[in-house]
Write a protein that binds this ligand. Structure first.
Ligand SMILES: NC(=O)c1ccc[n+]([C@@H]2O[C@H](COP(=O)([O-])OP(=O)(O)OC[C@H]3O[C@@H](n4cnc5c(N)ncnc54)[C@H](OP(=O)(O)O)[C@@H]3O)[C@@H](O)[C@H]2O)c1
Length: 249
């Protein structure tokens, strides 16, 4: 069954590559009016053309003022949003926490946490006017359990998981659902470096019961479900999409 998002206004951040690109493609196949956000104009333009996006904006999600400009243009042109997907994120270099410089903390917290807060705050008025509106936050399984050498990234994703829960309580009274998605390891630019090291790749694969990493559309399909009326009673939850990674010891 193909879900129908015809005439729905859907904004996706981090849509130029990886999971965000797959999310844009999935919504496009379901007829959505897409508005895309990322920093790199060249890459975003290619995706925007491919998915026939209505609009794309080059902006840094960690900058409140840049995102304020994006949302004011969206408000002027579209008036409302039905779905907002907070997907943009960065991963740090693999480093022990005590060797991670403060500048890295600021950058990771800025994009992965403040970026999510910026989009949530700025989309509120537009979602309130949407039809069956949903805010989707892409967190991670490492927001639910720790992982070595990415402690700050883990902290930001745990914050996104709990922000999802807290916001869902406030926004339920406005009939806006707030849903988190917690992917395991997905084949994107973010994980290319990790997967290219045979020992690390094999160690990670041995921890995943399905013995493989996810392809981006396998995450995008769950985002599509979470944003659809099939998920009409889901709010505040984070859906785990990890090939069984968190289920084992
Ligand atoms: N890959 C995994 O295994 C995995 C697992 C769990 C969770 N996740 C999460 O899934 C999300 C997508 O990850 P991915 O693997 O698709 O990563 P990716 O391939 O590195 O893509 C990241 C996307 O975010 C955009 N982006 C980064 N910083 C941004 C900023 N400051 N402002 C606006 N856009 C920004 C990038 O575009 P520009 O560079 O053009 O801005 C790109 O489109 C992230 O939140 C990540 O933490 C990934």
């Amino acid at each position: 069954m193909r879900l129908d998002f015809t005439n729905k206004n859907v904004l996706v951040t981090g849509a130029s590559r990886g999971i965000g690109k797959a999310i844009a493609e999935a919504f496009s196949q379901c007829g959505a009016n897409l508005i895309l956000v990322a920093r790199n104009k060249g890459r975003l333009e290619v995706v925007a053309q491919k998915v026939k996006a209505r609009e794309f904006f080059c902006a840094d999600v960690s900058s409140y003022s840049e995102m304020e400009e994006v949302y004011s243009k969206v408000k002027e042109k579209y008036g409302f949003l039905d779905v907002v997907v907070n997907n943009a994120g960065i991963s740090p270099h693999f480093r022990s926490f005590h060797k991670t410089p403060e500048s890295d903390w600021d950058e990771i917290i800025g994009v992965n946490l403040k970026g999510v807060l910026n989009n949530a705050k700025l989309s509120f008025e537009l979602l309130k006017k949407g039809r069956d509106p949903v805010l989707i936050n892409v967190a991670s399984v490492v927001g639910l359990a720790g992982a070595q050498k990415i402690a700050v990234y883990c902290a930001t994703k745990a914050a996104v998981v709990n922000f999802t829960k807290a916001l869902s309580i406030e926004w339920a009274s406005y009939s806006i659902r707030v849903v988190g998605i917690c992917p395991g390891y997905v084949k994107t630019d973010m994980t290319k470096g990790i997967f290219s090291k045979d020992d690390l790749r094999n160690q990670l694969l041995s921890m995943i019961p399905m013995r493989r990493f996810a392809d981006p559309p396998e995450i995008a399909n769950v985002v599509l479900f979470a944003a659809s009326s099939l998920a009409s009673y889901i709010t505040g939850s984070c859906i785990i999409v990890d090939g069984g990674l968190l289920s084992g010891l």
